[in-house]
Design a protein around this ligand. Structure first.
Ligand code: UDB
Ligand code: ZN
Length: 188
């Protein structure tokens, strides 16, 4: 089971590497990795468990964040509708994901972004695509295509960035962190 101590922090070179493609059939190690990454997200979103073990509630986790330079990421976006306890808007393991198309329209979180691997706050808008199409492989190695928009799309872009050595603050406008940009949805 992954805990906060297992999460690699900014400054660790693994976070700046381009991760290796995952080979199929999946090795037992890779199956375990996929399981453990999703388990971290589920546990971290359990208020009681998270408080007890000091976990930050995660919506996404990429393999380099647990020290493994492979193109695998888990995404677990909770459904925030009032009666949707334990329901997820998006629960998926992305293997070898590639963004194959981006909308012209941009989207950014009103509060900016954070990262499980970045302990400090870096304020500023992180411009993303409002809608993306992702090609990835599932556990059986079959190629899948998925369209996502808005918040789930932002999480997917953040995680796919990790697989290519990018961190959210790379995208922040240094001179004017909260500069308004045209044609951009602000998600709050
Ligand atoms: C997160 N969590 O997991 F709306 F239940 C962030 C951290 C850095 C604050 C832990 C988050 O946004 N949690 C959240 C939000 C909700 C409801 C809820 C939990 N990440 C993932 C990450 O670092 N992956 O590498 C940062 C997000 C910022 C934008 C997208 C990912
Ligand atoms: Zn991150």
């Amino acid at each position: 089971m992954y805990m906060m101590k297992d999460i690699t922090r900014d400054g660790d070179p693994v976070l700046r590497k381009i991760a290796q493609s995952v080979q199929f059939p999946l090795s037992d190690e890779d199956k375990q990795l996929a399981h453990d990454m999703m388990e971290y997200l589920i546990n971290s979103q359990n208020l009681e468990f998270a408080q007890k073990h000091h976990l930050r509630a995660g919506v996404g986790l990429a393999a380099p964040q647990v020290g493994i330079s492979e193109k695998m990421a888990a995404v677990l976006v909770p459904d925030d509708r009032p009666n949707a306890e334990q329901d997820y808007l998006l629960k998926i393991t992305l293997i070898n994901p590639v963004i194959i198309s981006n909308s012209v329209q941009k989207a950014q979180l009103a509060e900016g972004e954070g990262c499980l691997s970045v302990d400090k706050d870096v304020p500023g808008y992180v411009p993303r695509s409002a809608r993306i199409t992702i090609r990835y492989q599932d556990f059986d190695g079959n190629t899948q295509t998925m369209r996502v928009k808005n918040y789930p799309a932002i999480v997917c872009q953040h995680e796919i960035d990790h697989l290519n050595g990018h961190l959210f603050y790379d995208h922040i406008n240094q001179a004017e962190p909260f500069k308004a940009t045209e044609n951009t949805i602000i998600i709050s």
